[in-house]
Design a protein around this ligand. Sequence first.
Ligand code: GRG
Length: 296
Amino acid sequence: MELKDYLHDRSALVDQALERWLPGEEVLPFSLHQSMRYSIFAGGKRLRPILMIAASEAVGGSAQQVLHAACAMEMIHTYSLIHDDLPAMDDDDFRRGRPTNHKTYGEATAILAGDALLTEAFRLLADAEANRLIEPAKVLKVIELVARYAGSQGMVGGQVVDMESEGKEIDFPTLEYIHTHKTGGLILASTQVGALLGGGDEEQIAALIRFGGAAGLAFQIADDILDIVGDQTELGKDVGSDQARGKITYPGLLGLAEARQRANELCDIAVESLTPLGAAAEPLQVLARYIVDRKS
Ligand code: GRG
């Protein structure tokens, strides 16, 4: 399987669907929809929706079965990036290779664009037309799952512990809590929802939960490493920001070599967990490697 083609084809599908589901710039209020679209179409990797599609395909489902949920996940991810970049949080000037949302539209509109993306995501997860072939109980389960992984005991919770830990000595369990919640949550949600909506059985869903957990943590360790050794232009955002903010990271606690080793071990765990899925899970194997080897 050629990773470049796979990423290109699946992200084109996601982009077309986002284009269809997000209100256009000509819809009132213009500035809000421009701001939402500015960040959504700024060239993100679409990793979470692609993982969701790959998880669905790995259990014998299709991309079409999960496309609305995949777009919802990208909207939630993009809202988190817009809010994370705000002056009250990381105060970043660049994201996805362009000025951050608040630098372009102002702080108030950026806050509201994030709010609207989060709300629109849940509208889409509940959309009657998008869910017409899915049993109502499964639709509710997906909504509940995504809310849990994104909320106070998921991504938002991880962000709060991350903020409160800045400039402090934190222990390994706290660091792992931050990583698995702040970043790992949406990645795990993506593979779990992909497995559910793709029609996976219990064993297949359990395999994709294990995969998502390991891949999510590996993703954040790789992100910590890129913040030290990555290229600012390739990344499309500032580097060195973790150290500047006094954030404890995997390489900060373990050193670069051991952090790399841990990311590779997690990648192996993720790949091993795919065994029950057979050849249909090949794209997920390749994606797990990409998560730790990526340059952006
Ligand atoms: C503000 C509620 C709230 C949460 C913020 C995820 C998060 C929590 C903040 C993002 C800060 C950050 C840079 C975390 C590192 C991991 C991460 C999510 C990186 C960006 O994800 P990519 O690399 O980005 O998938 P693209 O732009 O490719 O989609």
